[in-house]
Design a protein around this ligand. Structure first.
Ligand code: ADP
Ligand code: MG
Length: 279
């Protein structure tokens, strides 16, 4: 991820996903998730059916509390679904193996350096010691953080911390990256910059992305596909394929285009309608 979005860094070591290759694909069949039991039972999600081919940039968008994070946790494999099937790359999801995850807060280790945080993820991914320094520098380069390996976490900005979190999630080179409102805590300008860099990197990588947000702007800018969830229990209320090009247009051209404006308006209206709909 280059900090200069007009010249995206070409990824090295990314996972190529030729068509028909299941790596990074997601299948949800009749998935529901219920917390608690008896009178206290809360169904957070479902039933949801969703087929996500490898390489797609799926944005899940919906009002707060509609079950977006729950759905992402199921895809990550952090918890099993109450009913239905969740498959990633054709099998059972395993955290850190079938996907990398980026949360709203960077959740870095403050007593480690920037490089130390990425290093730990590489160790966790069982990258041999001899390769780690090179891989660490590659990852930091990819997220636009050259020459920061020795910096302390508290010395860098919130936007840079979130870049470290993305580098860490990329360490295992999983074919699926899950992002749960990763830019929500950042100021508007930093958020736009990170959106631009993530869009460029994902286009180059062939990796599948699932990005959760409540922002119609963010959804319209980032997604190749946008799924609007209804209010709890979250179900698919709208499933759209973006008409915006992935390459050949600058971020400003994209954001200024009538296609972007129409898409954003459609998503925004669907989110509001889904949130208000009677059950
Ligand atoms: P979103 O990410 O869209 O804001 P969540 O997936 O976090 O929504 O939550 C959806 C609903 O499920 C909420 O009503 C929330 O309170 C409930 N919920 C989520 N996780 C749990 C849990 N571990 N135990 C009980 N209820 C939960
Ligand atoms: Mg959430």
């Amino acid at each position: 991820m280059s900090s200069n979005s007009s010249s995206p860094v070409v990824e090295t070591g990314s996972v190529a996903t030729p068509s028909g290759d299941p790596r990074g694909s997601i299948t949800l069949r009749d998935v529901t998730q219920t917390y608690g039991s008896g009178a206290d039972a809360v169904t957070a999600v479902g039933p949801v059916d969703l087929e996500v081919p490898a390489g797609e940039f799926l944005v899940l968008v919906g009002a707060s509390g509609c079950g977006k994070s729950t759905l992402l946790r199921l895809i990550a494999g952090f918890e099993p679904a109450t009913s239905g099937q969740v498959e990633v790359s054709g099998g059972v999801p395993v955290p850190g193996v079938t996907s990398g995850v980026v949360f709203q807060q960077p959740r870095l280790f403050p007593w480690r350096t920037v490089g130390g945080n990425v290093d730990l993820a590489l160790r966790y991914a069982r990258i041999p010691k001899a390769e780690r320094a090179t891989r660490r520098d590659e990852l930091l380069h990819r997220v636009g953080l050259d020459d920061t390996a020795d910096r302390r976490i508290w010395e860098i900005s919130g936007g840079q911390q979130q870049r470290v979190a993305i580098a860490r999630a990329l360490a295992a080179e999983t074919s699926l990256l899950l992002l749960d409102e990763p830019f929500a805590a950042l100021d508007a300008l930093t958020r736009e910059r990170l959106q631009e860099d993530l869009r460029a990197v994902s286009t180059d990588s062939g990796r599948t992305n699932v990005f959760v947000t409540h922002s119609a702007d963010e959804a319209a800018f980032l997604g190749t596909r946008i799924v609007v969830l209804s209010r709890r229990p979250g179900r698919v209320a709208l499933d759209l394929t973006s008409p915006l090009p992935r390459t050949g247009a600058t971020p400003d051209e994209l954001r200024g285009s009538p296609e972007y404006a129409a898409l954003r308006a459609e998503v925004s209206a669907a989110v509001k309608e889904a949130a208000a709909a009677e059950r």
